[in-house]
Structure formats: structure tokens, C-alpha cells
Design a binder for this molecule. Structure first.
Ligand code: TYD
Length: 152
């Protein structure tokens, strides 16, 4: 199974600059499918709005979709919960940072700042049937996948 991982993108402009958000230089970041992100990009959506303050979004896993999440403005956190209730939190504090989520990862997005624009890039068109919204069902599916992998 693939791992969740943090990604950090360099500046395309000015070229090779560190691209942190602490200075006031004009900057841009470029992200290309099959190069910077190792899948073909089929869909992009944004989660934004002051109504997200205090909310927890996500709370599901996806059977087919892989995702890369960026906070192109503001900040948020992404919590990943494994089948044994182990939790890892990824902080998206800068436009250059992103987190890659492979298939069948339980994710929760929260601690949105009022200016947060969480951009999500994925390899699949929207398909409601690939969503696993029940945690116990998710945990059982992952355990089954791991049993099968161990047998082979
Ligand atoms: P959902 O993925 O369930 O929530 P969250 O953004 O918190 O992870 O999406 C919320 C609603 O938006 C749900 O009714 C389905 C709809 N939706 C689409 O129609 N197309 C999409 O690409 C996405 C991501 C959601």
C-alpha cells in the first residue's frame, strides 16, 4: 500500500526561490500531472468559506481516488486515522506545502482559518459510490486488504 506523504513545491517564479510565505516577493508555483503529482489530474475542487471555521470536513475514505491537498490561501489541518485508530496530523500552512493521500485513507480536514482555500486535486471524476463514510466499514476493508497482501 502507498503511504501518505507531505510534498513541498519550489517556486517557478522567481525560479528556484524557496517560496515560503514569509516575504512579499511576487511568486508562483506550478504543479503538473504525471510529473509533480504522480497521477493524471481529472478533477479539482476547493473547500473554502468562513463557514468552515470549527467544522470538520471529509470524514470518509475513497476506494478509487487519490488526492493531493494544498492550502493555496490560509491554513488547515488534515488528520489521517488508520484502522487501529492511530492518528497523524498534517499541517497545511503555506501554498508550497501539500499532502498526498493514496486510496483508502480515512481523512478529516479541520482547523480552517477564515481565509482558508483548501484546493484538492484528484485522479478521478466524482463518483459517490466510491465513498466509504462509515469508519468501522473502512477499518474492516483495510484489514481485509492487508490480509490479502500478506497472503501474496
Ligand atoms: P463530500 O466529499 O461529502 O464532503 P467534504 O467536502 O467534506 O469531503 O462533498 C460534499 C458534497 O459535495 C456531497 O453532497 C457531494 C458533493 N460533491 C460533488 O458533487 N462533487 C465533488 O466532486 C465533490 C468533492 C463533492
Amino acid at each position: 500500500m502507498l503511504d501518505v506523504k507531505m510534498l513541498r513545491f519550489p517556486c517557478a517564479f522567481p525560479s528556484n526561490a524557496p517560496c515560503d510565505s514569509s516575504d512579499t516577493v511576487s511568486r508562483s508555483i506550478v504543479v503538473e500531472g504525471m510529473k509533480d503529482i504522480l497521477f493524471e489530474i481529472r478533477r479539482i475542487f476547493y473547500i473554502f468559506g468562513e463557514g468552515n471555521i470549527g467544522l470538520v470536513r471529509g470524514k470518509h475514505a475513497n476506494g478509487k481516488s487519490e488526492f493531493v491537498l494544498f492550502n493555496i490561501s490560509g491554513k488547515s489541518k488534515v488528520k489521517v486515522i488508520d484502522e487501529d485508530l492511530g492518528e497523524t496530523v498534517y499541517e497545511l500552512n503555506e501554498p508550497r506545502d501539500a499532502v498526498y493521500l493514496p486510496r483508502m485513507i480515512w481523512k478529516e480536514m479541520y482547523d480552517f482559518t477564515s481565509d482558508s482555500v483548501l484546493m484538492v486535486v484528484t485522479n478521478e471524476y466524482y463518483d459517490a459510490t466510491e465513498y466509504v463514510r462509515d469508519f468501522e466499514m473502512f477499518a474492516e476493508e483495510v484489514r481485509e486488504m492487508k490480509r490479502i497482501l500478506e497472503m501474496n
